[in-house]
Write a protein that binds this ligand. Structure first.
Ligand SMILES: CC(=O)SCCNC(=O)CCNC(=O)[C@H](O)C(C)(C)COP(=O)(O)OP(=O)(O)OC[C@H]1O[C@@H](n2cnc3c(N)ncnc32)[C@H](O)[C@@H]1OP(=O)(O)O
Ligand SMILES: CC(=O)C(=O)O
Ligand SMILES: [Mg+2]
Length: 349
């Protein structure tokens, strides 16, 4: 374990000091772009104003013979658009630590566009040692290329070993931005019997006790509940953010919305969008319900210093519900600052 006083020291001479607190940003969706696809990449300047984060994906879903094209495409798209002008995050997902591509990914991207990059997403993180490696390497590259803003790290939770080490991953470095569930690789790593990318499974259910000859009620359960809860606790305990990952069935918007909403209610800040049709779903889900915002605002107003006990509509409010209300009101303010339509609905001062 590193000494507490050394935790926030830069890991290379000339590298920027790590953030003490994460920058406050609205990240309802991390929109995946395949940078080797010229047609999709050409849309990025227009897309950037409509999503909270644009991520250039270099890992899975990019064929091995297109890895170099994806890397070059990412550099081109990062150079072509002023993401900061619209408050849009620019992220990349690099290849895995054991792949032949990761060094070229980081060496090229930090050299070419390190000053524009907000977050590096690292796949298949198994334990804190993976984060320490990336942390050190990024510091060396930041120093070499004069990058002045620290590049953050986001881990994908997608192996059984990673889940076992989730707390240690979350606290591995002040560079940690957050974590996303990777349901496809995680299912494979765990030996789960599903070919789906996220979402439920019709055979994962509970069944009511028999009651005579009546048909027994049965309901599908959420395969990801345990992992999301564990990830949210690890992230929030360490002041970083949790995200649902991808939902692979683009044809089933309702199921995507239900899965995203469960994650939102459980504490996640956002989810991945792989297809344009999922952006509107994420916008709908990862903004608080206007009726909840109105009630939360009444709680905050009724308890100006956040202490005591009051009754609102027959419901007891105290210091704890004030904190719950603050979560909702603070998020609504963040959303309102970016979305004039919701700002008009929320009517927050
Ligand atoms: C398990 C994991 O690791 S998940 C993360 C890895 N996976 C990814 O990153 C996949 C990202 N998404 C994609 O690459 C694409 O959506 C694909 C290849 C899966 C499907 O693409 P298509 O077959 O073109 O889908 P579809 O025809 O429905 O697309 C409709 C339009 O949206 C565009 N589009 C599709 N995906 C995207 C995207 N992610 N961003 C922007 N535009 C997109 C298409 O180019 C198409 O444009 P057009 O109407 O002008 O022709
Ligand atoms: C998100 C991801 O990479 C996975 O599900 O495997
Ligand atoms: Mg994966």
């Amino acid at each position: 374990m590193k000494l507490p006083r050394r935790f926030f020291q830069p890991l290379a001479t000339g590298a920027p000091a790590p953030f003490r607190e994460l920058p406050v940003r609205l990240e309802r969706m991390i929109h995946f772009v395949p940078p080797h696809n010229d047609k999709v990449r050409a849309r990025v300047p227009e897309l950037a104003g409509t999503v909270d984060v644009v991520l250039g994906n270099l890992e899975d879903a990019v064929p091995a013979d297109q890895k170099e094209a994806a890397r070059k495409g990412f550099v081109a798209m990062a150079q072509a658009t002023d993401f900061a002008a619209t408050g849009t995050g620019l992220w990349t997902r690099i290849n895995a630590l054991n792949s032949p591509w990761i060094l070229d990914d980081l060496f090229t991207i930090v050299a070419e566009v390190g000053d524009k990059l907000d977050v590096v997403m690292v796949p298949k993180v198994e334990g804190p040692w993976d984060i320490h490696y990336i942390d050190q390497l990024l510091a060396q590259l930041e120093a070499r290329h004069g990058v002045t803003k620290p590049i953050l790290v986001h881990a994908i939770l997608e192996t059984a070993e990673g889940v076992a080490n989730v707390d240690a991953i979350a606290s591995a470095s002040p560079r940690m931005h957050g974590m996303s569930l990777g349901p496809a690789d995680l299912a494979a790593s765990r030996g789960m019997k599903t070919t789906r990318v996220g979402g439920g499974h019709p055979d994962y259910r509970v069944i009511a006790d028999p009651a005579g000859d009546a048909p027994r009620a049965s309901a599908q359960q959420d395969l990801w509940h345990y992992t999301i809860a564990k990830m949210v606790d690890a992230c929030m305990a360490n002041g970083i953010k949790a995200f649902y990952g991808p939902f692979g069935d683009f044809s089933d918007g309702a199921a995507c919305e239900a899965q995203f909403r469960n994650a939102f209610l459980m504490g996640c800040a956002g989810a991945w969008t792989l297809h344009p049709s999922q952006v509107a779903i994420a916008k709908r889900v990862f903004a608080p319900d206007p009726a909840e915002v109105a009630f939360a605002a009444r709680i905050v107003e009724a308890m100006p210093d956040g202490t005591g006990a009051v009754m609102l509509d027959g419901k007891m409010q105290d210091d704890a519900t004030w904190k719950q209300a603050k979560v909702i009101v603070d998020l609504a303010k963040l959303v309102a600052a970016k979305d004039p339509e919701l700002a008009a609905v929320y009517k927050l001062g």
